[in-house]
Design a protein around this ligand. Structure first.
Ligand SMILES: Nc1ncnc2c1ncn2[C@@H]1O[C@H](COP(=O)(O)OP(=O)(O)OP(=O)(O)O)[C@@H](O)[C@H]1O
Length: 270
């Protein structure tokens, strides 16, 4: 077995150009005694499709929430194309499209109403937002839901309609927390194509995911987060180092599949 090549330093490789699309600078966040994000730094290049992976509780959602202005850090900065998310929230948020984890939204609306409302909130004219919302609902296979309220959507449908809300204003940087969770395989492929096309056109996509095969196939770059810190970051090929990303992940976070047997877990005979 060949030894894996040395990893690029945490924080990622040198970024081409003067200004990363998203720059996280020494972010820290604690919830009481729990340190969720521990001086985390990461530079996400413009035009990249950047995967953020890590074990449960590693701090991914907390990091992405800070990066998108949804959660105030204890210290550190997050810059979107050089604009400080906390110093200039309106300017920074205009550049962002966000799919937060466990989003609570105005779900007593139909899909068309919700996506249209998102665009209007972003200051888009109605005659631009309605055709875009309509097209997004068709592409994401939600149009047939018609007047069904988002509150009555399935989990996967909700994920897709919130993705449509994140896309409708055509932002520069998309930050998507678990975009493929609960989504059917055909819709997942559609979403992957949307994201790949968006990045090819110069947009930047940041996704968190637990599906290593998808991250390895889809993402140009990846960061592995563990205990609130970046343990590896760089191009997907650099981080995978010729191995399966899943194996590298396990190696880097020191995780092992539990061998403990649940001897009591047997189909009962009566
Ligand atoms: N609002 C909160 N109050 C208290 N603790 C929190 C809060 N949000 C997150 N935490 C804690 O911070 C840590 C990081 O949580 P976070 O949700 O960022 O992890 P994650 O990497 O997104 O996990 P997962 O992969 O399971 O979604 C966890 O230990 C979690 O319990």
């Amino acid at each position: 077995m060949t030894a894996p090549s040395p990893l690029p330093p945490p924080g990622g490789p040198a970024v081409p150009g003067p200004c990363p699309a998203l720059f996280l600078d020494s972010l820290a966040k604690a919830f009481g005694p729990k340190i969720a994000v521990n001086l985390l730094s990461l530079a996400i290049p413009a035009g990249s499709l950047y995967g953020i992976v890590g074990p449960n509780g590693a701090g991914k959602t907390t990091t992405l929430s800070i990066a998108t202005g949804l959660l105030l850090p204890d210290s550190g900065r997050a810059l979107v194309h050089g604009v400080d998310v906390w110093a200039e929230p309106a300017r920074a948020k205009a550049l962002l499209g966000v799919l937060p984890d466990g989003l609570r939204t105005f779900d007593r609306l139909s899909g068309l109403e919700l996506v249209t409302y998102s665009g209007l909130l972003r200051g888009m004219p109605r005659d631009v937002v309605v055709p875009r919302a309509t097209q997004l609902l068709h592409v994401l296979d939600l149009w047939d839901a018609g007047t069904t309220l988002v509150a009555d959507y399935s989990a996967g449908m909700r994920k897709k309609v919130h993705l449509a809300c994140a896309l409708v204003h055509s932002p520069s940087v998309l930050v998507l927390d678990e975009p493929f969770e609960a989504v059917d395989p055909i819709s997942a492929k559609t979403i992957q194509k949307i994201l790949t096309d968006f990045a090819a056109a110069g947009g930047t996509v940041v996704i968190s995911s637990h599906v290593m095969a998808t991250v390895q196939r889809l993402c140009t770059h990846v960061a592995i987060i563990d205990r609130g810190r970046v343990v590896a970051a760089g191009t997907t090929a650099e981080v995978a180092a010729g191995a399966d990303l899943e194996d590298r992940f396990a190696q880097l976070v020191g995780a092992q599949v539990s061998q403990e047997e649940l001897s009591w877990l047997r189909p009962s005979s009566n």
